[in-house]
Design a protein around this ligand. Structure first.
Ligand SMILES: [Zn+2]
Length: 137
């Protein structure tokens, strides 16, 4: 379904309670060298699909059949990414009504230094740039 934020978004088909696991963010597991190479090849767009799960591993969701990587980022999210054993689970942080767009704080981090990712979420809480997750450094 088209989202007002960016490309396609993911919308709740039913109501979800707080703390429900909505989906798993699946991808190919890469080591840092592989992730850095992909990031260099794809440039800024790579960040959208590369998701760090530990100091040594990054999941690459491009080409994944899981839809989790279509979830848009927001500074006023209703879900968060919980990393467990190098897997990523998308968990509701509040009650999500049927039909609401699932929005995530991606807590992006830079794999190889460099750029911040601009946020277009349109929330009145928008911080202009997506958050960096310091716990993964
Ligand atoms: Zn924002």
């Amino acid at each position: 379904m088209p989202s007002s934020i960016h490309g396609f978004g993911i919308f709740a088909v039913k109501e979800f309670k707080k703390n429900t696991v909505l989906t798993e963010y699946k991808g190919r597991s890469l080591n840092n060298d592989e992730a850095n190479r992909i990031e260099a090849e794809r440039g800024e767009d790579a960040e959208t699909y590369l998701f760090r799960v530990s100091k040594d591993r990054v999941l690459d969701a491009s080409g994944s059949t899981s839809l989790a990587h279509y979830i848009n980022a927001s500074c006023d999210p209703n879900a968060e990414a919980v990393i467990e054993d190098e897997r990523i689970f998308i968990v509701a942080t509040k009650k999500i009504k049927k039909g609401a767009e699932i929005l995530l704080n991606y807590n992006f981090e830079k794999i190889n230094g460099g750029f911040l990712i601009r946020c277009n979420c349109g929330s009145r809480f928008c911080k202009q740039f997506m958050d960096i997750n310091p716990s993964l450094y």
